[in-house]
Write a protein that binds this ligand. Structure first.
Ligand code: PLP
Length: 456
């Protein structure tokens, strides 16, 4: 192990030093990948020195997601304490299904889940777990909704035409998960949104009524806390009234921005969250832990057991179910994704997590103000969002983002809302400062100034 740790140390130090000089990695067109890098596997092993050289080449040419030039997806930056925790979980290599196999790490996970439930305002009847990403925690929410609607489903399968309600702006995991769950993509109703990207509650109610009148079986409303493109927040409280009226499960997909729960200043964006049945949040998005760290909490923990428990005498041999977390897991073997969040939380405190969230909104305000004050920009953003949407000099967003990428200048993506397509800058990296955000715009402007062909 000693030699590998030394290699690790050298590689990481080298990478960090290089990142400081070159925030964007060399762009390798996918067509040239196997020519540019030696990725082949061969029969015989190689020496430590050869391995190190090969790894160096590989990691130095890998996209850099922690620098002040990466704004491409809903994660970015490095929270070093969280990385420390994640590295330790790799070394420890526990599996989170039983107390026997994970010991105190089970407590680490339970403490996090308890804190989150307390913040929502739920009592001891609530609980939660982690799964590999928001798509999967959303899947768990959907499965619980399905089984709660008809408890025979778990054994007999789906034999009713169930329907699910989510907005047109919501994440693609809802229709995908509906297919996995035997509900079917065609039975996901994509409800229109208002001008700010929030689900239209009148349209939602009408759709549910129409489906009921046709003899269909509505089971769940999915609200989004931070839509993937605009970063909009659905009105959870309004949805909860509708869910209650029709007896539906209410799930909140807070993968992107559910962490506003930790902020006194921004938790009003998820007002009413205590009324929902299940809620997911990705700590690897707003809180900046390494991928992946996705939590789901449920108001009534019996649903977790009802949908996910299985007896297995080869696995559950000691301790009470409370500490054998495999009984409410989507998985069997399960990586310890809790430790990275726990180490970060322990280190910076709840107030430190709050500052991480607030910083992102502060950076978003810097960016939004810049866009609004500079006439070369067209603004498409909504308020209270960490996604800043704009176009520059009316250059088509797709071609500008692609040029920036191919010329190793900046990694930023684009999105669409209604008939507009625009650049989407996300201020999710709380290790950035105001100067980094302003630098983004300066780099973009200088890039365009050197390429008049983009303007045509
Ligand atoms: C990112 C995201 C997801 C998916 O989360 P993964 O961890 O990438 O699987 C789901 N919903 C929303 C709103 C998201 O932004």
């Amino acid at each position: 192990m000693e030699r590998s740790l030394e290699i690790f140390d050298r590689l990481v130090r080298g990478l960090l030093a290089d990142e400081a000089q070159n925030p964007v990695a060399e762009y390798i067109p996918s067509a040239n990948l196997y020519d540019r890098l030696d990725l082949k596997l061969q029969k015989d092993g190689i020496s430590a020195a050869e391995l190190e050289a090969s790894l160096k080449d590989l990691i130095f040419t890998t996209p850099r997601t922690a620098t002040n030039a990466f704004f491409n997806q809903l994660f970015g930056g490095r929270q070093e304490r969280a990385i420390l925790g994640d590295l330790l979980s790799v070394i420890l290599n526990n599996s989170m299904y039983t107390y026997k196999a994970a010991g105190p790490q089970i407590g680490v996970e339970k403490v996090i889940i308890r804190e989150i439930c307390d913040m929502i305002g739920w009592d001891e009847g609530s609980d939660g777990t982690l799964a590999p990403g928001g798509s999967m925690t959303n899947f768990m929410g959907l499965l619980m909704a399905r089984d709660a609607y008809n408890e025979t489903t778990r054994h007999a399968g789906v034999h009713q035409r169930m329907t699910v309600y989510t907005s047109t702006e919501s994440h693609y995991s809802t229709p995908k998960n509906a297919a996995f769950a035997g509900i079917g993509r065609d039975n996901v109703r994509q409800i229109d949104v208002d001008a700010k990207g929030r689900m239209d509650m009148t349209a939602l109610r009408q759709m549910i009524e129409t489906d009921i009148s046709k003899g269909l079986h509505p089971i769940m409303i999915n609200c989004t806390a931070g839509t993937t493109v605009l970063g909009a927040f659905d009105d959870i409280r309004a949805a909860s009234h509708i869910a209650k009226e029709f007896g539906l499960w209410l799930h909140v997909d807070g993968a992107y921005c559910g962490s506003v729960l930790l902020s006194e200043r921004y938790k009003h964006l998820i007002d009413g969250v205590e009324l929902v049945n299940s809620f997911t949040l990705n700590a690897h998005k707003m809180l900046g832990t390494p991928l992946s760290c996705s939590l789901i909490v449920v108001k009534d923990k019996s649903h977790l057991h009802n949908s996910f428990s299985n007896d297995a005498s080869y696995l559950y041999q000691t301790d009470h179910d409370e500490f054998n977390l495999g009984k409410m897991s989507l998985q069997c073997g399960r990586r310890n994704d809790a430790l990275k969040l726990w180490v970060l939380w322990k280190s910076v405190g709840t107030s430190g997590l709050e500052q991480i969230v607030d910083k992102q909104f502060a950076l978003a305000d810097v960016a939004r103000t810049y866009v609004r004050e500079h006439p070369d920009y067209t603004d498409f953003s909504v308020e209270d969002s960490v996604s800043i949407c704009f176009n520059y000099k009316n250059i088509p967003a797709q071609s500008l983002c692609t040029s920036l990428y191919e010329e190793s200048e900046l990694l930023v993506g684009y999105g669409s809302f209604n008939d507009d397509t625009f650049i989407r800058l996300v201020t999710i990296n709380a290790t950035n400062e105001k100067a980094d955000i302003l630098k983004f715009f300066k780099r973009l402007e200088a890039f365009v100034a050197e390429r008049p062909e983009l303007l045509q």
